[in-house]
Write a protein that binds this ligand. Structure first.
Ligand code: AGP
Length: 636
């Protein structure tokens, strides 16, 4: 995890580093820091908390009076002046925004880290698996560690290796000692250059005119240059304003392959919304509409959007979805749909588990990773595991400029949800679910004679219905905020909406920090029912259906909700407008427009997004950046 950024050129480094860190904050926001080179010395500022706190600390260096007490810096005026001068004039520096893995989020553990002599400063994204043994070894040599991070071993190892070696050779020697993942940028005291190394964590170099940028993510450098070099695993480089020396672990010069990416200068704005989360909830009609126009413009014609795939679905014996969090919930819906309509057996695996399993797959198994960011380390590792075991691989992702996209190309479907800023997924989740309806239709059309015209027509109505649900937001708010003070919640449903119970619980947990769990309704009586009393609200998703099968699922769901009510749990239900069975049975009936059960997951999700949002708002939580989380989880 974590985001790293670096600059060398003629512009003010501090401003570019702070801008870069802001665009990388989705990778972690526990603490941040920058280091710049000035007069052959390294000056450094770091702070626990979000980047705004780092900015306040930087401001405190020149204008102490403007700064709140909570951020007041510990620098004496002489030191403050010196650091301030360096920050205002330096044209070479490195920055880091952290998601804590080793050591709590405080100023000390914040990056950049330095060696004992303060000759270098270093930022790192990744996890050094063998850091404990390396630390013991270095401590035995008399080195005193100042932080609890795994990163600090890299600084001391590098400082040690530099004695008598060229910097790239020293860095190579360090890489040979490290086990795990790393993207590293190093600043060296008396040299106007950056050193970088990469293994399993992303790192790109943005190539400019007499300037170069380094970042965890190409979108960070794209605002300055569209020429991007994506480092490969086990590569290292020395970067000056005008030159890049790229090498591999064996000391061979590596080929510099420059990608000309599409420049995306769009800055994400909240517009009239208080939070990105609400903005993104409101974007769902447009996103689904765009997807339908791209793939299902005509319900009587075959689905489009999968032409680039090099997969013969007729030959596929089994599909395995691998994903994390919300994407995992989307995958569970995919399983339901594909087994129902395309009649292919589907497994759904938590990516972090699948990544280290002795998987049993063959050439006729298709392993599909689902990932909004396309960078989730667990999902990437799971897909790689399947690939190495001989499976065909594919991805559904929201980012075409991502590791998962590159790994699975040409077998990918890119959801056009646009950038999702809020950490809790809303529009990206909905786009993943819709993509899985599309994939199901594609497989069914390739393998079966089943007529899915009615389903396709139903899908085409989704954007309008989502819009109608969003219009009810104020009514939902009144219904939901009454439940803000409960500490535990249970979410129940069956069949195709069981994954939505999981997703509703995850959203509530993430945004409000209220403990919430989703269960298949029928499973509740096998244990979870023991926790029920008047202090645990139970929210049931109960959508009736036209067929006997759908109706029986619905009836069973209601009867499980009754069991919860009998234990005095406050009861909420998500039900369609015309469904009068639920009136009087529940304390709170949350209405959604009438919708077929098989098309209901996307619609039933929307009120649950509002539930989590309104409760989080009521409790004063940080809606867009909940504590302990990060938008892109790039460590296993
Ligand atoms: C959802 O709200 C999450 N923040 C999280 O569970 C997310 O879905 C998960 O980390 C997977 O991310 P990805 O889709 O980028 O792989």
């Amino acid at each position: 995890m974590c985001g790293i950024v670096a600059y060398i050129g003629k512009k003010n480094a501090k401003d570019l580093l702070i801008d870069g860190l802001r665009s990388l904050e989705y990778r972690g926001y526990d603490s941040s820091g920058i280091a710049v080179l000035h007069n052959s010395k390294i000056e450094l500022v770091k702070s626990a908390g979000k980047i705004a706190r780092l900015e306040e600390k930087i401001l405190s260096l020149k204008a102490p009076a403007l700064v709140t007490n909570s951020v007041s810096s510990n620098f004496n005026s002489h030191v403050a002046e010196k650091i301030n001068l360096a920050l205002e004039t330096s044209t070479c520096g490195i920055g880091h925004t952290r998601w804590a893995t080793h050591g709590i989020a405080n100023d000390t553990n914040a990056h950049p880290h330095q060696d004992t002599e303060a000759n270098i400063a270093l930022v790192h994204n990744g996890i050094i698996k063998n850091y404990l043994s390396l630390k013991q070894e270095l401590e035995a040599e008399g080195i005193q560690f100042r932080t609890e991070t795994d990163t600090e071993v890299i600084t001391h190892l590098f400082a040690k290796q530099r004695a008598g070696k060229a910097d790239l050779d020293a860095l190579r020697a360090v890489m040979n000692r490290l086990e795990g993942s790393y993207a590293v940028v190093i600043l060296v005291k008396d040299q106007n250059k950056l050193l970088v190394a990469k293994n399993q964590s992303p790192l790109v170099i943005g190539i400019g005119e007499e300037e170069n940028y380094v970042a965890s993510d190409s979108s960070t450098v794209l605002q300055y240059t569209n020429k991007v070099l994506k480092l490969k695993d086990q590569q290292l480089a020395e970067i000056t304003e005008t030159k890049i020396i790229l090498e591999d672990l064996y000391g061979n010069e590596a080929k510099i392959e420059v990608h000309h990416l599409v420049q995306n200068t769009s800055i994400q704005e909240k517009g009239p919304y208080k939070h990105f989360l609400v903005k993104e909830i409101h974007e769902q009609p447009a996103v689904t509409s765009l997807m339908l126009d791209q793939c299902l413009a005509n319900a009587t014609k075959p689905i489009t959007g999968f032409e680039q795939l090099d997969v013969d679905f007729k030959q596929i014996n089994r599909i395995v979805f691998v994903a994390c969090g919300s994407a995992y919930h989307a995958a569970l819906i995919g399983k339901y749909l594909i087994e129902l309509w395309a009649r292919v057996p589907v497994d759904v695996e938590v990516a972090s588990e699948y990544a280290s399993k002795q998987v049993i797959v063959g050439a006729n198994d298709l392993v599909v990773g689902i990932s909004q960011s396309g960078e989730t380390a667990d999902t990437l590792a799971a897909i790689n595991n399947a690939k190495n075991a001989g499976a065909q691989i594919m991805a559904i992702t929201n980012k075409s400029d991502s590791a998962i996209y590159d790994l699975t190309s040409p077998n990918n479907y890119v959801t056009p949800a646009g950038i999702e800023v809020s950490v809790a997924s809303t529009k990206a989740f909905v786009s993943q679910v819709l993509a899985l309806y599309f994939l199901t239709i594609k497989i069914a059309e390739d393998r079966t004679e089943i007529d899915l015209t009615e389903i396709k027509q139903g899908l085409r109505s989704l954007p309008l219905i989502i819009d109608q649900v969003i219009e009810r937001a104020e009514d939902y708010k009144k219904q939901f905020i009454k439940y803000s003070n409960y500490r535990d919640f249970l979410f129940l449903s069956r069949g195709i909406n069981y994954p939505i119970a999981l997703e509703g619980a995850l959203k509530l947990k993430e945004l409000s920090y209220i403990h919430a769990t989703g269960y298949p309704s029928g499973e509740m009586k096998h244990g979870p029912i023991a926790i029920l009393d008047q202090s645990v609200p139970v929210l049931t998703i109960a959508i009736d259906g036209k067929s006997k099968f759908e109706h029986s699922l619905y009836e069973k769901t209601l009867s499980n909700a009754e069991e919860a009510r009998a234990r005095k749990s406050p009861s909420l239900v998500i039900a369609c407008d015309d469904n009068q069975d639920v009136t009087g049975l529940f304390d709170e009936v949350i209405r959604i427009p009438n919708i077929d059960q098989f098309l209901s997951p996307i619609i039933a999700t929307i009120p649950l997004q509002f539930l989590a949002y309104y409760i989080a708002e009521e409790l004063g939580k940080d809606v867009d950046q909940p504590r302990n989380l990060a938008k892109s989880v790039t460590v296993e």
